[in-house]
Design a protein around this ligand. Structure first.
Ligand code: ZN
Ligand code: ZN
Length: 820
């Protein structure tokens, strides 16, 4: 006898229980000793340790956990690691905020310690959320990029790239956040529009008269290195080559032509400053102009700004305008809507500063990036263009140095005597040059023993962009190519330009190989009102709130059913509630089936006297298996869940179970053989449903499996059971047509009863069916027993001719007359 399923499932408890047991049993460990099974490796993104595993990450992790679970059932040895991307600005900014300090107020190791504590605390919370979501991660792989063991890998990759000529130090304009006081990469710059003013300012010509320029940033006037007009602009042709004075300074600059100047903007005369924006950088290089940096690291005016030195740029702007007005040089101001570049973390407008920085050559890899992006399988396919377009749009190499504290140190020293660069040897890492000396006796060039460390640190993306190799076991395992390239890299649509791109260029540069074979893209989660989700919009939902109310399996149904892979999906409470109700329905149906098959044991031959309806549902279950398998192969999770739920709820529960109840309750009427056939069908189809659902709702299906099937089937978890192999010979269109007709007649009779306000189990004295054809008459005759049993018909007659009476929906030739 089978164990009974409890009446009221405590889904939340069931989920927690299995999360604990799976970990205890090591259900999801990768087996390095298994040399027979094919390997499937997931390049799990190490999430940034912000402390919140937000709903967007829930979507992301659900997607690739479904893939991991599906692949395991397909017989793959799945490697599903998890790390944490700890370094970087957000943690520093938060430490500064909570402790009310700036990074420079305390010694670096103390600041670093505070950062590590915060990151550690954040990781604990996020790990709980990932576990709560039921992700089948192999936690024995857990790593943190802030730990020395990970530094070792990051630094080793730096040394290798340096030696291959991919890394250089250079003075170059960089995006600079004056709030965070660090260089940031193009990928970390956000764009927004803001309203400002366009000021019309007179620049005096040396020979008398003036030209009027329009600028939104008069505070940059001290950094003006030339004034430019369009070469085709006849209004100004006569001034080209003339000297013009930069207001508030005694400097003269030349008027030049440049075809980047838009004659329709402002007056058609622009000042070129070093640097107002990226366009200025191009002009400066093109015309070989000098560079004047009038804004410093902290966003204050430098001594090159003359009397404005020391002011913040906003203050300098006001002071400058007041002075210019005093000198009668300001003509007017107009409102202007302008695109501004902001720091992605603190939303401060960035400045373009010229600084000595470390760079990685990435643009030389663009053709390679494109070639590999085209070879990779993308889910969905069109996302490959995001990567290719981004790579092609880049104008600057990747600035990899940061002027921060909490990051992987750059393994470099300089000779104080001759400035020779001392690069760490591979066997020295992990090493922190800020606290350790190079392991050499003297400078190889001049023999000096006096060194100074590189104090800059590495961009956090430099840590996280080698995960494909690190997950595979590089550099410690000789066999790391077993897991490399990763079978799948999952990414949010918003981080293709960072994560997917940096992974690609780094692995191409290091190993001359693409890092991943496929890329799975998730869209953004929109708020409850369909707008972007933001705390301040009041449409924000915390993932833990959802999971503590409805659990993981309902949440995972929302995530998978919400839309096509790659598209943005809104968060909708009703979708999660629907998922919850489905689980209850599945539970109740399983409990019912479990009672009906309590005495059933599969016979040795597995041969039963299957009735038309049994064959009908078995054929439909097979067709469903094909659909779901195809959908999961293509990462179309919404199709997989919708098809399975519809089948389970509306075909299996509402139709099949209802139609065979009588056969199961009354063996004395139908015979034991037909009862067993129905039992076997229930047993088989419910198991199929549980298996098809397991990747998406792993907890509830596990609980039902363990109670009803584990003893027979033998897998220690449904999540490790073998995915159903498609049995094409069970798919039978004729049988399905046949069953559809029987089911349609049963439904029509039930509708008739309910319209006549009869109870569904009320007996019908006589029912005469006009089949309209010989074929239909035969089919109905064969299903007679199930029709009569379900509808309590005492006398059932089928004739093949057409007749009057109630028409069966979708079968215009089939009618019946009912006598009560
Ligand atoms: Zn910033
Ligand atoms: Zn030296």
């Amino acid at each position: 006898m089978r164990q009974a399923l409890p009446k009221e499932p405590n889904i939340l408890e069931v989920e927690k229980k299995w999360q604990g047991k799976w970990e205890e049993m090591g259900t999801y460990r990768f087996d390095w000793n298994d040399s027979r099974s094919p390997v499937f490796s997931i390049d799990t993104p190490p999430p940034y340790t912000s402390g919140e595993f937000h709903i967007g990450l829930v979507l992301n992790w659900t997607y690739f956990d479904v893939v991991a679970r599906y692949k395991r059932m397909r017989g793959y040895n799945v490697h599903f690691p998890q790390g944490w991307d700890c370094h970087g600005l957000p943690i520093e900014v938060e430490v500064e905020k909570t402790n009310k300090i700036r990074k420079t107020d305390v010694p670096p190791d103390q600041f670093r310690k505070l950062c590590m504590q915060l990151a550690g605390k954040n990781i604990e919370g996020m790990k709980k959320s990932i576990t709560r979501l039921g992700c089948s991660i192999d936690w024995s792989t857990e790593y943190k990029t802030m730990n020395p063991d990970y530094w070792r890998r990051t630094q080793l990759s730096y040394i290798l790239l340096y030696n291959k000529g991919f890394i250089y130090r250079g003075k170059h304009p960089v995006n600079w956040c004056p709030r965070c006081e660090t260089a940031i990469a193009d990928a970390e710059v956000e764009h927004d529009t803001r309203n400002t003013e366009l000021h019309y300012i007179r620049f005096k010509l040396e020979e008398g008269g003036f030209l009027e320029i329009a600028t939104s940033r008069p505070e940059l006037i001290p950094a003006c290195v030339t004034v430019a007009v369009n070469p085709d602009d006849e209004r100004y042709a006569k001034y080209v080559g003339k000297n013009i004075q930069v207001p508030t300074t005694d400097r003269m600059v030349k008027v030049i032509t440049d075809d980047m100047v838009d004659p329709k903007f402002g007056t058609g005369v622009v000042m070129i400053c070093t640097y107002g924006d990226k366009a200025d950088v191009k002009t400066v290089i093109k015309h070989n102009l000098p560079v004047i940096m009038c804004i410093d690291d902290k966003g204050r005016m430098t001594k090159d700004a003359g009397e404005y030195a020391g002011l913040k740029s906003e203050e300098a702007k006001k002071a400058m305008l007041a002075d210019l007005k005093g000198q009668g040089l300001v003509d007017k101001a107009e409102p202007l809507t302008q695109e501004v570049s902001l720091c992605w973390r603190c939303h401060t407008p960035i400045e373009i500063l010229e600084r000595e920085q470390w760079f990685m050559k990435t643009r030389i890899l663009t053709d390679d990036v494109e070639k590999n992006a085209l070879e990779i399988t993308w889910y969905p396919d069109y996302m490959k263009h995001r990567l290719i377009d981004w790579a092609k749009s880049l104008e600057w190499d990747w600035v990899i140095s940061r002027q921060r504290v909490f990051a992987t140190p750059i393994p470099i020293w300089y000779c104080n005597n001759c400035n020779e660069i001392i690069l760490a040897k591979p066997e020295w890492v992990p090493i922190d040059p800020r606290t350790e000396k190079p392991k050499i006796a003297k400078c190889p060039k001049c023999g000096s023993k006096d060194f100074r460390p590189e104090r800059d640190v590495l961009d956090t993306w430099f840590d996280s962009s080698i995960t494909c190799a690190v997950h595979a076991g590089w550099p410690d395992r000789k066999d790391w190519h077993r897991l490399f390239p990763a079978s799948m890299h999952p990414s949010g649509v918003d981080i293709i330009r960072t994560w997917a791109y940096y992974l690609m260029v780094r692995h191409l540069a290091l190993f001359n190989e693409k890092p991943y074979q496929s890329c799975l893209i998730n869209g953004m989660v929109l708020g409850t009102d369909g707008r972007e989700m933001h705390k301040h919009l009041g449409n924000y939902v915390a993932s833990l709130e959802v999971m503590s109310k409805y659990g993981a399996d309902a949440t995972r149904q929302w995530a998978t059913a919400g839309g096509a892979t790659g598209s943005d999906i809104p968060f909708r409470w009703p979708d999660v509630e629907y998922g919850w109700r489905f689980l209850i329905k599945l539970w109740n149906a399983s409990r019912f089936v479990n009672d009906l098959i309590a005495d059933f044991e599969m016979n040795d031959k597995g041969e039963y006297a299957l009735q038309p309806l049994d064959k009908w549902i078995l054929s439909k279950a097979e067709r469903l298996t094909k659909k779901v398998t195809d959908a999961l192969e293509q990462c179309q999770f919404n199709i997989a869940i919708e098809e399975t739920r519809n089948f389970a709820w509306h075909v299996f529960c509402d139709r099949y179970i209802e139609a065979v109840k009588d056969r199961l309750y009354k063996p004395e009427h139908y015979g034991e053989e037909k009862r067993k056939a129905a039992q076997c069908t229930l047993y088989t189809v419910l198991y199929r449903i549980l298996q098809l659902l397991a990747p998406i709702t792993p907890h509830v299906t596990e609980e039902i499996y363990q109670i009803m099937y584990a003893d027979d089937k033998g897998s220690k978890s449904i999540n490790l059971s073998v995915w159903p192999a498609l049995d094409e010979k069970l798919i039978d269109e004729e049988i399905e047509k046949h069953g559809d007709l029987i089911v349609a007649i049963i439904n029509e009779i039930r509708r008739e009863k309910s319209e006549k306000h009869m109870p569904l189990n009320a007996p019908i004295r006589k029912l005469k069916t006009y089949a309209g054809s010989k074929d239909f008459a035969e089919m109905i005759e064969e299903g007679k027993e199930d029709i009569c049993g379900t509808c309590k018909i005492e006398d059932f007659e089928v004739v093949s001719k057409k007749g009057d009476g109630r028409e069966v929906a979708n079968y215009s030739d089939v009618h019946f007359v009912m006598e009560c």
